[in-house]
Design a protein around this ligand. Sequence first.
Ligand code: SAH
Length: 386
Amino acid sequence: MAGLVIKPRSRIFQGHEWVYSSEILKSFGSPQAGDVITLKDFKDKPLGTAIYNPESQIVARRFSRRRQELDQDFFTRRINQAIKMREDSGLDTSLARLVWSESDGLPGVIIDRYGDHLVLQTLTLSMEQRQGKIIRALVDILSPKSIVIRNESPMRKAEGLEPEIRMGYGDSPAPFEVSAGTITFEVDLSNGQKTGLYLDQLEAYREVAKYAKGKKVLDCFSNQGGFGLFCAQAGAAEVTSLDISEDAIASVKRNAKINNLEINAIADNAFSFLRRCEETYDFIILDPPSFTRNKKTLNDAMRGYKEIHLRGLKLLNNNGILSTFCCSHHATRELFLDNIRSAAVDAHKTLRLLDTHRQGLDHPILPTIPETEYLKGFTFQLLPGR
Ligand code: SAH
């Protein structure tokens, strides 16, 4: 097997699984893009097996500490292990992320399950080249009706891969309903405008809805309405869901109807809505998109969070509750908390923490790969009299 010799003090010696181009001492056996390669330390000691793409800044991603081929058995075994971990954690695996890249030992492979239908993403060249094996494993294990390949992630560009949406197996599914416990969502996997649900927030919907009873709720950046729907079901007095996308708002309306719930759904820019809003609320939920995908734009992103926190806090009634989420890996939990703290100071409000939130267990975190942790959230209440 061809491979790379890694420089001392590289990330991989701290438990990370990635090798950056700057960490290569030399290569041997002329590895080709997409190959499975051996990694060695500078004393010639093997470090395991990795996938290789010299076009990417992350040249190699280790997927085993032993010698391992990417054969059919490997994919079947790893996918089965990923499903078992979720089942053992008590998750409903009929609506869940079944495989999450490095966190399941399959770098660049993401598999989401929506009932009988699967969505596959291959974000690394090596996994893209082995898509057929992944699809075969999925058909053998889960007998899905369809597998949609939704390769739109900007991460593919770094690997030299083009965006692509196509069917990997079966016929393109018409919109269908899936149950997330007590709420039913309509999912449309074939429409180019939409992705499926954000599965990483399923646990947070329930955590947040606990506080909704009798409250006037504003769910900003609502997408298909997850938070608002669970709040309405939990007995909120009134729910407004707001998203900039007309498609998302149409979907909130359909989901409200399916679940026999009342939601006031508005298509608008949350920044301008919060700025000119004259109403106040008992409970505001903020779950914006990642304002930054890299460190360079982190300051701009933090300004965005600060603005919505400040505006949101000002629109809260006495004893009001704010649930706020951040899905950018670069804005750490501490930075994000600092941002809320500073907004509270500027808004002359005192907050107390009711709950903390994180990505669901179907998006497992590897402590040695900080990039696997991205979603965090907090629920605060205004201290009485503030
Ligand atoms: N809370 C949602 C996920 C939010 S994803 C859920 O649980 O499913 C972020 C959403 O913010 C997307 O639906 C996107 O359309 C919307 N969005 C992006 N920019 C926006 C803006 N400026 N104002 C309002 N919505 C925005």
